[in-house]
Write a protein that binds this ligand. Structure first.
Ligand code: AHG
Ligand code: MN
Ligand code: MN
Length: 339
């Protein structure tokens, strides 16, 4: 039976605007465009296999990674919708070498960094995938944006969130005032509040890391992995190993249940694999707003000063006590993640 008292995303945002006087209509127009993009991608994901969107595009992105057709389709969908919002002056996308400067919106205030399709390797095998976004606001809108406007610390984000196309389609986001989750009601095609004020458990019993790279892990990371696998009744170890290969799915499970996700430095990826601007920063903003922690292994992710558009950082993210335990055991690689 439908819930006649469902709170839609639009209603939630306008309630927030009533509370936070500084919130303007621009914000809801940006979220409207993100929401529209997600509904379009969701429509395609749910039909994948029936329409020609599976498989490789036959091109590579700036990261030298094979682009899947849905990577490119999702990128086009979100850039189109964000450009049409009239509120976005620049989009940094995983799938684009350089920022997209939005024509006709040179004086718009907002900058969006986006991973249009996270978990590409899972598209063809029907495992959960998603979209990750990070929102910055320019103070000076008198001139057109420049590349430099993207190089702001994660602490300066005004919003961050993700859409997960899983057993249900959800939006989870923060504007710095806690974390809320919305589930897409297919019947009315509206995202409705389903997970108000999400808090990540301070302790968890799940660790997520690609142990295929174990031989390459720094010693400190090996020490923490062995700690997770050691039998110790009192602390509930060994922990459960869960790794889907989509950051979004591994992160979402750990956010709700408690746990730690690690993408450490490896020989192939000495700075880790995940990108600061549109994967690590948005997920770190969300996890901290939910009471968790996020570190590069040397410092708080949100404090990293970006210098390159697609730069990567190692990522240790999740339950407060698990991230801090990892930092303690990792010694030189791990410094405190105090906020
Ligand atoms: P993307 O599909 O946007 O390139 O991201 C994939 C990322 C992330 O989602 C996931 O956690 C990680 O790649 C998995 O990497 P490995 O396959 O090397 O473990
Ligand atoms: Mn990704
Ligand atoms: Mn991606």
């Amino acid at each position: 039976m439908g819930n006649s008292r469902a709170l839609t995303l639009e209603q939630f945002i306008s309630d927030q605007q009533a509370i936070h006087k500084e919130a303007t209509g621009a914000f809801s127009r940006i979220f409207r465009s993100l929401e529209l993009g997600a509904k379009m991608v969701n429509r395609d994901v749910r039909k994948a296999g029936l329409i020609d969107i599976l498989g490789n595009q036959g091109s590579t992105n700036v990261q030298g990674e094979e682009q899947k057709k849905l990577d490119v389709i999702a990128d086009e969908i979100f850039i189109h919708n964000l450009s049409k919002s009239g509120e976005v002056c620049m989009v940094v996308s995983e799938e684009k070498d350089a920022p997209v400067f939005v024509e006709g919106s040179e004086n718009a205030a907002y900058i969006i960094c986006i991973d249009p399709l996270d978990g590409s390797s899972n598209i063809d095998v029907n495992a959960s995938i998603g979209t990750i976004f990070s929102v910055f606001k320019r103070d000076n809108t008198n001139s057109a944006p420049t590349l430099n406007d993207c190089f702001r610390k994660g602490t300066e984000q005004v919003a961050a969130g993700y859409f997960i196309y899983g057993s249900s389609t959800m939006l989870v986001y923060t504007t710095g005032d806690g974390v809320n989750g919305f589930t897409l009601d297919d019947g009315i095609q509206e995202f409705c509040l389903s997970h108000p004020e999400i808090k990540i458990p301070e302790d968890g019993k799940i660790f997520s890391i690609n142990e295929g790279n174990y031989a390459d892990f720094p010693t400190g990371v090996k020490t923490f992995v062995e700690y997770c696998k050691t039998k110790d009744k009192e602390s509930g170890r060994p922990y459960g190993a869960r790794y889907i290969g989509s950051l979004i799915a591994d992160f979402h499970r750990n956010l709700l249940k408690g746990g730690i996700f690690i993408y450490p430095p490896t020989e192939k990826t000495p700075n880790g694999k995940l990108r600061l601007l549109y994967e690590c920063n948005p997920m770190s903003f969300i996890v901290e707003q939910a009471g968790g922690r996020s570190s590069t292994g040397k410092m708080r992710v949100l404090e990293v000063q970006p210098t390159e558009l697609h730069q990567r950082v190692p990522l240790f993210i999740g339950s407060k006590n698990m991230v801090e335990k990892a930092m303690d055991l990792m010694g030189n690689l791990g410094e405190k993640t105090s906020l």
